[in-house]
Design a binder for this molecule. Structure first.
Ligand SMILES: Nc1ncnc2c1ncn2[C@@H]1O[C@H](COP(=O)(O)OP(=O)(O)O)[C@@H](O)[C@H]1O
Ligand SMILES: [Mg+2]
Length: 288
């Protein structure tokens, strides 16, 4: 089969992402397929392929989303499919999905800019202190902030409301790491711990003015706890049958799902460090 992989120049900047991309290509070729990297300039050629695998950032404002829709419209198998992109890219939509499907997650509410004291008191009474504030379309922790009280909440949310008319506000769930659960076709394909760097509270934190990523520790997928597995598969089924990366906190009171991502990071030596067959599994899903 003819496979296309939609990428942008930045996908080749980091050595381990570059290596992962070439692993996808060599795996596909060893399985008897062709595998071409295509860029936004080639977007009108998507229909020439049998399947499309997207590695460039997928938010609906990006060319990768257009590529995904073009592929679907032409009957190609596509990862990430447009429905998965639309659902996963919006944290306000996820908030509602979690509620409707009883997915254990931090207490959350939507905030649209009611700064009356009744509204502000209600937020802190419902969610406790501190609270986490996010724009629906954030990625790589860029618009995810923590407020320790009403004054800080007002200044952060005023700033974030300039990016988005609706914000998600959540109870703060403390942990040393996020579980990252990789799922394909509603099965677990890899498991990692994304650690929170010392002095930070997010996997990518600003510490002394510098952006710092925590370590990634791969864990054998078979070792996942039955409870975590069930939560993650239930959630992935609510979205579709594509490739997803779930962020989950483990607390003394149980698991709390932070989000489900389409287009999860796959870097050589990180997510693939233990379960090495993820390339083959993804190529198989594209050609099936
Ligand atoms: N409610 C929360 N409590 C504690 N940490 C959180 C909460 N929400 C997000 N985080 C942390 O912030 C980081 C980014 O949040 P996330 O919602 O995953 O957004 P992004 O799409 O930017 O990755 C992650 O490390 C996550 O664990
Ligand atoms: Mg995340």
């Amino acid at each position: 089969m003819k496979l296309a992989c939609f990428v942008e120049a930045y996908n080749f900047k980091d050595k381990s992402e570059r290596k992962a991309l070439s692993k996808f290509k060599s795996t596909a070729e060893s399985m008897g397929h062709t595998f071409d990297f295509i860029f936004k300039e080639d977007i009108s050629r998507v229909a020439e392929y049998n399947a499309l695998f997207i590695r460039a950032t997928t938010d609906p404002s990006n060319s990768a989303y257009v590529a995904s829709r073009l592929a679907e419209q032409s009957g190609l198998k596509v990862i990430d499919d447009p429905h998965s992109i639309r659902t996963c890219s919006n944290k306000a939509i996820l908030h509602d999905l979690f509620l409707k499907n009883n997915i254990p997650s931090p207490k959350s509410l939507l905030f649209t800019g009611d700064f009356s004291s009744v509204s502000l008191d209600n937020i802190f009474e419902t969610l406790g202190t501190p609270v986490v504030i996010k724009t629906p379309y954030t990625r790589f922790s860029s618009h995810v902030e923590k407020a320790d009280g009403i004054q800080e909440f007002i200044s952060i949310s005023k700033k974030l409301l300039r990016k988005s008319k609706v914000l998600v506000v959540q109870e703060y769930v403390m942990s040393d790491f996020d579980w990252r659960v990789g799922i394909l076709r509603n099965e677990i394909i890899y498991l990692c711990k994304y650690c929170i760097p010392d002095g930070g509270w997010k996997v990518k934190s600003k510490i002394n003015g510098k952006n710092v990523w925590g370590d990634t520790i791969a864990v054998p997928r078979e070792s996942i706890s039955p409870e975590l597995k069930e939560i993650c598969i239930n959630l992935s089924k609510c979205v579709g049958d594509g490739l997803y990366g779930l962020d989950v906190k483990e607390t003394s009171g149980g698991y709390r799902v932070i989000e489900i991502n389409d287009n999860p990071s796959i870097y050589e030596g990180y997510e693939d460090a233990i379960d090495r067959d993820i390339y083959e599994k993804i190529i198989n899903a594209l050609v099936s």
